[in-house]
Design a protein around this ligand. Structure first.
Ligand code: SPV
Ligand code: MG
Length: 433
């Protein structure tokens, strides 16, 4: 029997895929190279289904005798091992981002006399389009919650953007750019105490309470599918924090971040200009372990935010706290700083990483805005949170518009800051699909 290799995502199977499988079956025994989340994450959004679920689908396609993971977009590793007689693929990779993988496949096959069989691309079926339809179909709390852990595993660095209401949530959900044929978008949403409060005209002092925060969370979740990380200030009293954990988990939030401070809440970016008190290492570690004790699923993450660099209690203190919080069972560490220079953040990340290679590290580079995501990833960072840029960019535009109307006694001149009437009435589609 001839051996045939077909690479597949198997998240959505459409007649175009079945066409390819049928042709492959005519040629011989089919091995599916099933793309791993890690491979897919290098060029697009994660599939809706996890690898294990996709494997079950692939195994049950008629003519498939085995399914092996394809761990990169490149076919090299699997083709070198299997040396198939045929590779079957749609002809949609002749041009575009995937064409380099096609060239590599042709090169490899030629070394053992294998052949590439290409079928005309099935017009009207596109996995990318179907994936965006799936987005409109929505998600479930469970799928949404789990997706952050999958992303941390799959991506060199997870890119999170702030949202403070449904509209900014939609922008985080849907905005993308294309770079060399590769789609770049945000992986998830930060529900920020600063911007949730500011958008309600309130200071960032926990005056917007958890019930009100939950209503914003719900508003954002209603129009998005991406995972959400919630900023819960210091989590409140431990006996209240355990309830917050249960609430967020039930809603399908993926992670909560709590900071190791006590007393009246002040935004960290004030640093030592205002009175801010750090919790003891022991008390805060206890809050973490109580939170971990009550969570229902294995998927929810509790991330501890270390404020030692903000409060200038030193690197040694920050690292000791990191160790204590990990021992208390924390799932990730956020290290915060308000310096423009990267030195202290980098020193923390590199030192912490040596002792704890597997604990996710989170940074919020608001002041430190010159470092790229790749540079942060090289220092061991797993999650980058853009914590306030949606609100900060909306505010000046609204202010300019208000001033322009007051100045000119009419709205004409403010038009340059505004969406057209046509755009605003069709901004949000009326139907779900
Ligand atoms: C927030 O976005 O509310 C944060 C990050 O906690 S920071 O404002 O930098 O403290
Ligand atoms: Mg905050």
């Amino acid at each position: 029997m001839k051996q045939v290799y077909v690479a597949l995502v198997a998240d959505f199977i459409h007649p175009g895929h079945l066409n390819i499988i049928e042709k492959a079956r005519e040629l011989g025994e089919i091995t599916i190279g099933l793309y791993t989340d890690e491979a897919i994450a290098t060029f697009s959004r994660l599939p809706v289904l996890e690898y294990e679920h996709r494997r079950i689908i692939a195994e049950n396609l008629k003519g498939v005798v085995s399914v092996v993971p394809q761990k990169a977009m490149s076919y090299r590793q699997n083709l070198d091992t299997l040396k198939p007689d045929y590779v079957v693929h749609g002809d949609d990779w002749l041009i575009g981002a995937e064409s380099c993988f096609r060239e590599e496949v042709l090169d490899l096959l030629s070394t053992w006399g294998g052949k590439l069989v290409e079928l005309p691309y099935s017009q009207g079926f596109s996995s990318t389009l179907m994936a965006s339809d799936a987005r409109k179909q929505g998600t479930t709390p469970e799928i949404r919650m789990k997706s952050l852990r999958r992303l941390i595993k799959a991506r060199p660095v997870v890119r999170i953007m702030e949202a403070h209401n449904g509209l900014s949530g939609l922008i985080v959900e849907e905005t993308f750019v294309e770079e060399n044929g590769i789609r770049r978008e945000f992986d998830g949403i930060w529900e920020s105490s600063l911007t949730d409060s500011a958008s309600k005209g309130k200071p960032d002092t926990s005056t917007v309470d958890i019930s009100s925060r939950v209503s914003t969370i719900d508003q954002i979740m209603e129009v998005t599918t991406k995972p959400m990380i919630v900023d819960a200030d210091n989590g409140g009293l431990t006996e209240h924090f355990v309830y917050t954990v249960r609430t967020l988990e039930r809603l399908g939030v993926s992670a909560v971040i709590i900071e190791d401070k006590i007393g009246p809440k002040r935004n960290s970016l004030f640093g030592t200009e205002v009175t801010q008190t750090q919790d003891t290492k022991e008390e805060f570690a206890d809050k973490i372990s109580q939170g971990k004790r009550v969570q229902v699923t294995k998927d929810f993450l509790i991330i501890a935010r270390i404020e030692s660099l903000i409060l200038e209690t030193g690197m040694k203190d920050a690292l000791e706290r990191g160790k204590a919080y990990v021992e208390a069972g924390v799932d990730g560490i956020m290290i915060h700083s308000r310096r423009k220079e990267p030195d202290e953040i980098l020193e923390f990340c590199q030192t912490f990483r040596k002792d704890f290679p597997a604990i996710p590290l989170v940074v919020v580079p608001s002041s430190l805005n010159s470092m790229t995501e790749d540079e942060l990833a090289d220092a061991g960072v797993n999650i980058v949170i853009y914590a306030n840029q949606m609100l900060r960019s909306a505010f000046p535009a609204m202010k300019k518009t208000a001033e322009s109307i007051l100045t000119h006694h009419r709205a004409k001149e403010a038009g340059e800051y505004c969406l057209s009437i046509k755009e605003v009435i069709s901004l949000i589609p009326e139907s779900m699909s």
